[in-house]
Design a protein around this ligand. Structure first.
Ligand code: NDP
Length: 281
């Protein structure tokens, strides 16, 4: 392997230490940041994610309140809970764990979260602010990607960035963040012709596709920085990313592993957003 590792665990630890010390300062002013998690249904992976978020809150001196609702909960009842949390002064951030079980519709629920407590950065007001270059709450995974690039001082300005994937959660916001930092950005998706050729232009390649080992060695330029967002569980239980790690690491200059790359950053940035939400109350 020639690429150097971008270690998400190291960067996440640094972000969390910073959050911890700012939480201490807030507590000295009588403010204890609080995160409410809203989990509907019994998806085991979602339960693990939410527990990790709550545990990390407590580790950093924030408090978290979990609302675990049965899968049969109605849209009206979820909206009523969001309304209560919006008005609760002890709650600074509200996280609705996705995906929501059918027949719940996630958009009206996400849009009901107050933009001031939208620590996942998915409310249209925060999406719009990001678009205008005045970000407030940025979705956690894209924010984590930027924090990793900055931690390792990897240059962004003037670079050619290619983002594979255009989801509202990852692809579009990370493309916007790279653009604001003066990269020249191309966003690719399932209808992009000659994907390999587009990817080979990238100095910074972000893969957010959701397909195991989708980015192959021949799709990557020598010396590229490769960020693998994907989390794909293999039949043997192993987690692999969207990047064929061995082949790509032989060409890249820097690469994130899976696990231990982007994954740990997502929770760290959620903590940062919750602390920021509490700072501005
Ligand atoms: P989505 O399924 O919402 O989006 C996937 C994107 O990939 C779509 O834009 C889709 O294009 C594109 N795509 C699919 N097939 C191809 C193809 N053959 N060629 C080019 N583009 C393609 O996924 P997410 O953005 O939510 O997540 C992506 C991955 O990141 C998943 O593995 C997910 O588990 C992981 N993830 C990891 C997180 C972390 O904390 N590390 C957090 C969030 C996600 P189109 O729009 O045309 O359909």
């Amino acid at each position: 392997m020639s690429a150097q590792l971008i270690d998400g665990k190291v960067v996440a630890k640094a972000v969390k230490e910073e959050v911890r010390s700012r939480v201490e300062a807030l507590k000295a002013r009588g403010i204890r940041p609080g995160l409410a998690t809203v989990l509907v249904g019994d998806d085991p992976a979602s339960h693990v994610y939410v527990r990790n978020k709550q545990r990390t809150c407590e580790e950093l001196g924030m408090h978290s309140v979990g609302h675990n609702l049965p899968a049969t909960t109605s849209q009206v009842d979820v909206l009523a809970l969001i309304d209560r949390l919006n008005r609760d002064p002890a709650i600074h951030g509200i996280l609705v764990q996705l995906p929501l079980p059918k027949p719940l519709r996630s958009e009206p629920i996400l849009y009901a979260v107050s933009p001031d407590k939208d620590v996942d950065g998915l409310h249209p007001v925060n999406v719009g602010k990001l678009m205008m270059g005045e970000p407030r709450f940025v979705p956690c995974t894209p924010a984590g990607i930027m924090a990793m690039l900055d931690y390792y001082k990897l240059p962004i300005e003037g670079k050619t960035a290619v983002v594979v994937g255009r989801s509202n959660l990852v692809g579009k916001p990370v493309a916007m963040l790279l653009l604001h930092r003066h990269a020249t950005v191309t966003i690719c998706h399932s209808k992009t012709p000659d994907l390999a050729e587009v990817c080979r232009r990238a100095d910074i390649l972000v893969a957010a596709v959701g397909k195991a080992r989708f980015i192959r060695g021949e799709m990557v330029k020598e010396g590229a920085v490769v960020i693998d967002v994907g989390i794909n569980r293999q039949p043997d239980g192993k987690l692999v990313g969207d990047v064929d790690f061995e082949a790509v690491a032989a060409k890249a200059s820097w690469i994130t592993p899976v696990p231990g790359g982007v994954g740990p950053m997502t929770i760290a940035m959620l903590m940062q957003n919750t602390m920021l939400a509490a700072s501005t109350t």
